[in-house]
Design a protein around this ligand. Structure first.
Ligand SMILES: [Zn+2]
Ligand SMILES: [Zn+2]
Length: 323
C-alpha cells in the first residue's frame, strides 16, 4: 500500500487522476483517501515565490540612532580615476554614446574624525579595468585618497571589487590600514576565493588582520551610519545609509547601479564582463526607485555616476575635496 501511496504522491497533482486511469486496481478505502489527500495538499500549498530583496527605511533610520553620539557633519567625494564606457553598458537599453565612469571615494566627516567609504586603488589595479586601453588616472588625487585612508578612524567598503577595496589591500600600508578596516564576511569570502583580480586576493592569514563582521540585514555602524546588506552586484555588496546632524540623508549604493538612470528607469546593467544576481538587483533598484520618489531629503548616490557627482557638488550636498 505504501508503494501505491508513494506513487500517487509522485504523480500528484495527477494522483486523483491516477485513480481514474487505473480504476481496476484493487484500491482499499485508505489508499483512495491518501491519493485524494495528496491532490488536495498540493492544491492548497501556495506556490513557492522566489525570495526578493527588500529593506525598510523606517528600520534603517531607527538603526542610525542606536549608537549614541553626535551625528556626522558633512560628506566629501573625490574622483581619482575614470573609465570610459558607452552608456549602454551601464544602463540596459541606453544609447551607445560615450560616458564617463568616475572612480570615487567618500569621506564622512564627524567633529572629531572621519570614516572613509571605499578606499581607492593604485594605478596597477586601475589598469586592470582598462582591459588593454589606458584610461585616466590622477596620481595626485590617488595620493590624497591614500592620505585620507591613512588618516581615517575607520574604513568601510561598499563591496569587494578592486576599485573600492584595493586601497586597503594592494598598498604598502596594508597592515596599518587592515587594523581599522571593516570587511564583511561575504566580502572576505570573495577576496579569499574569487577575487576580481590577483592583486586583491587575501590569504587567510592576511584576512585575519581586518575587522570581519557579519550581520543579517542592517548593522548600526556609528552614530548616523547604518550598513545595509545588499548582495547582488557582488556577494559582499552593501549599501551605506548616512544621516547628518542637519537631518540630511544619504544612501550610498556602491555599484548596484553604475549610473542613476538605472535607478530612475529600473534598468540593470548590460555589461557582459560582470556576473551579477540580476533578479536581486532589480528588487534593489525598484526599492531605490520608490525611495527616490517618496524621500525628498534622501540622496541616493551611485559610486560611478560622474554627472551626479558634479550635480551634488554644485549645491554643496557633497564636498569636492578630502579634508
Ligand atoms: Zn563593482
Ligand atoms: Zn565599482
Amino acid at each position: 500500500m505504501f508503494a501505491v501511496v508513494l506513487l500517487c504522491g509522485i504523480l500528484a497533482p495527477g494522483s486523483t487522476a491516477f485513480l481514474w486511469l487505473f480504476p481496476k486496481f484493487p484500491y482499499t478505502q485508505p489508499m483512495k483517501y491518501a491519493c485524494h489527500l495528496f491532490t488536495l495538499a498540493l492544491l492548497l500549498t501556495p506556490p513557492q515565490r522566489e525570495q526578493t530583496w527588500t529593506a525598510n527605511i523606517g528600520q534603517i533610520r531607527q538603526a542610525s540612532r542606536m549608537i549614541p553620539g553626535p551625528a556626522p557633519l558633512r560628506i566629501n567625494v573625490l574622483k581619482f580615476a575614470e573609465s570610459r564606457r558607452a552608456k549602454k553598458f551601464s544602463v540596459k537599453g541606453a544609447p551607445d554614446e560615450p560616458s564617463v565612469q568616475a572612480r570615487t571615494v567618500f569621506q564622512i566627516m564627524y567633529a572629531d574624525g572621519y570614516v572613509m567609504l571605499d578606499s581607492g586603488m593604485d594605478q596597477q589595479v586601475h589598469n586592470f579595468f582598462g582591459r588593454g586601453v589606458a584610461e585616466p588616472f590622477d596620481p595626485e588625487a590617488a595620493k590624497q585618497v591614500e592620505r585620507a585612508v591613512r588618516g581615517a578612524r575607520a574604513i568601510i567598503v561598499t563591496h569587494e571589487h578592486g576599485d573600492h577595496v584595493a586601497g586597503v589591500i594592494h598598498t604598502p600600508f596594508g597592515n596599518e590600514l587592515a587594523s581599522k578596516t571593516i570587511l564583511t564576511r561575504d566580502q572576505v569570502q570573495t577576496l579569499l576565493t574569487n577575487p576580481q583580480m590577483p592583486e586583491i586576493k587575501l590569504t587567510p592569514e592576511a584576512a585575519s588582520r581586518y575587522h570581519i563582521v557579519d550581520y543579517e540585514k542592517y548593522l548600526p555602524f556609528a552614530p548616523g551610519i547604518v550598513l545595509i546588506k545588499a548582495p547582488g552586484h557582488t556577494p559582499g555588496s552593501q549599501m551605506v545609509y548616512v544621516v547628518l546632524a542637519s537631518g540630511r540623508e544619504y544612501l550610498f549604493i556602491g555599484d548596484i547601479a553604475w549610473h542613476m538612470d538605472g535607478v530612475r528607469n529600473l534598468k540593470g546593467k548590460d555589461a557582459p564582463w560582470i556576473q551579477e544576481d540580476e533578479t536581486t538587483l532589480i528588487s534593489q533598484l525598484s526599492w531605490l526607485n520608490g525611495l527616490s520618489k517618496s524621500e525628498k531629503n534622501l540622496f541616493i548616490i551611485a559610486s560611478h555616476d560622474d554627472e551626479q557627482r558634479l550635480d551634488l557638488i554644485k549645491p554643496g550636498i557633497l564636498g569636492s575635496k578630502l579634508e
